[in-house]
Design a protein around this ligand. Structure first.
Ligand SMILES: *Cc1c(COP(=O)(O)O)cnc(C)c1O
Length: 499
């Protein structure tokens, strides 16, 4: 069963938790008990394909979904219509002892697809299972990648409407094009004047506004979330940690049972938290290395135990990590304190009131046994893209390059030789300009547009341009709305009244 990080009487099945997205206390849903894998079960994953591995992991959490329900959700999400490789999440060796876990082979070329191809399936099934009569309205705040992945996942899904809010100046041109050209009869896409935190706070406000929720319910609408606060977003991400480990064993890079590190480019703390769950479940993980860009609030937190969001917000070339409030940290705090909901609630209240909270030495020590953290600025990021390309002919996107650089810093600081996976979260084509600028001289780029840049990258790497990105060229711009952050509730009503 699922309960809230901030206590209260909610005790729900997985289907109900996925349907609601966020708990009534304002907290996040967490599993009451964390299931585990035996060494034998882990070894059994090695010979399975991605879908079968997904089944093995998800079945332990989604107890109320029947076997056939789960299997059909997984089949609909992870197949070769949606992903450009049979492996779904391939592990690629680059140089010696660097393994990149490529999570960007889905329809929108970023790792959000790993969760957002499955979430609509899990949610639709949840609506049937719980006999829900209302229509579900999904609200999404996006720093760029979630929005498009959610739109693709939820477009034209029965009984569901989706509104995506993105920061007006905070996404890359390709990310913007992906969203404003979105087709589908149940979608709205709105630019917010502000940064990602403004958009996220605006969405959270709507979720906490009981008057608005009641008014929506009167009209037959139930709110839900596709952000990583929804358990249905998080649980699919646990799978690829197990899958990467199984692939390391399969490729004879490690022996079954040996520990590995994962370095994760982190923003909202959803991806790396899934790695933490994998560790709690018995996957042999040594360190989870948290990589940030100049918005290094998590680096400071994991080093000092002080979370302080009162700092300048930086726009970087890794925009999906331009975040100062990492929502999923709340789940980590819950598990770290052994489920002390009063303590978690108190820290979150402090964060809301003052922008700062301190966890103290005892808890900090506990976190540091698992996590290590550092950050890289834009200049280092560009240098890594260039260096990896010239040494290995392998092109990373800026988010992955941040992780690569932080992993180098970890190796230097600790000397730890444990085999390490670098989690690769986006295709380099998605951040064409930053990537091309890192490996080409200025005058060779001058005058290129979004699409000629894609072609240039393809020529340099010999990799094909992802089909969905190439086809943006011929798509019509459908969504032109923008609003102030205060106007977000009105925009939700506007979408629903139009329907
Ligand atoms: C969302 C995103 C991240 C950050 O992931 P979190 O789960 O928010 O920590 C990193 N890289 C890319 C490309 C992303 O889209």
């Amino acid at each position: 069963m699922y309960i809230s990080t901030r206590g209260g009487k909610d005790r729900l099945s997985a289907a109900q938790a996925i349907k609601l997205g966020i708990a009534s206390s304002g907290g996040l849903f967490v599993p009451e008990q964390i299931p585990s894998f035996t060494q034998g079960e882990l070894a059994g994953l090695v010979s399975l394909d991605y879908r079968q591995r997904a089944y093995a992991v998800l079945a332990k959490f989604l107890k109320d979904y029947s076997g056939p329900e789960l299997a059909s959700c997984i089949q609909a999400a992870y197949n070769s219509d949606k992903f450009d490789t049979e492996q779904i999440a391939p592990l690629v060796a680059v140089g010696d002892s660097r393994y990149l876990l490529e999570l960007w082979h889905g329809p929108t070329s970023a790792f959000k697809d790993m969760a957002l191809q499955l979430l609509p399936q899990l949610l639709s099934t949840a609506l049937q299972k719980t006999d829900e009569k209302n229509e579900v309205v999904i609200l999404v705040a996006t720093s760029g990648d979630t929005g498009k992945a959610a739109l693709e996942g939820f477009r034209d899904v029965d009984q569901i409407k989706i509104a995506v809010f993105f920061p007006h100046e905070g996404v890359s041109p390709i990310q913007r094009l992906q969203m404003v050209t979105q087709e589908g009869s149940n979608v709205a896409v709105i630019a917010v004047h502000g940064n990602f935190d403004d958009a996220q706070t605006g969405v959270k406000k709507i979720f906490n506004d009981t008057d608005m929720q009641n008014a929506l319910l009167d009209k037959g609408y139930q709110l839900s979330s596709a952000n990583s606060i929804n358990w249905g977003r998080l649980v699919p991400q646990i799978v690829y940690y197990f899958s990467a480990y199984a692939d390391l064993v399969k490729g004879k890079h490690i022996q079954q049972g040996q520990t590995v590190n994962f370095t994760v480019p982190t923003g909202n703390f959803g991806n790396i938290l899934a790695g933490y769950y994998a560790k709690l479940m018995g996957l042999p993980i040594n360190k989870l290395i948290c990589a940030s860009n100049s918005n290094n609030v998590l680096t400071d937190f994991l080093r000092s135990g002080v979370y302080d969001r009162n700092r300048d917000f930086h726009k970087t070339i890794s925009p999906s990590m331009d975040i100062l409030i990492s929502s999923n940290l709340e789940r980590l705090l819950y598990h770290m304190t052994g489920g002390d909901t009063n303590q978690v609630g108190a820290w979150m209240a402090k964060l809301q009131e003052t922008g700062v909270y301190t966890i103290g030495d005892r808890y900090l020590e506990k976190l540091r046994t698992v996590f290590w953290a550092d950050w890289a600025d834009d200049k280092e990021t560009a240098q890594v893209i260039q260096a990896v390309f010239s040494q290995h002919r392998y092109l990373t996107d800026p988010h992955t390059a941040v992780a690569w650089q932080v992993y180098e810093k970890y190796r230097q600081a600790t000397g730890d030789q444990t085999p390490s996976v670098i989690v690769s979260t986006a295709s380099p084509f998605k951040f064409n300009e930053s990537v091309l600028s890192a490996i080409e001289t200025k005058n060779r780029i001058a005058g290129l547009n979004e699409f000629t840049m894609l072609t240039a990258l393809s020529e340099l790497t010999g990799w094909p341009v992802p089909v969905a990105l190439a086809s943006l060229k011929n798509k019509q711009i459908i969504h032109q709305q923008s609003c102030a952050k205060e106007e977000m509730p009105a925009k939700v009503w506007e979408m629903l009244n139009k329907a």
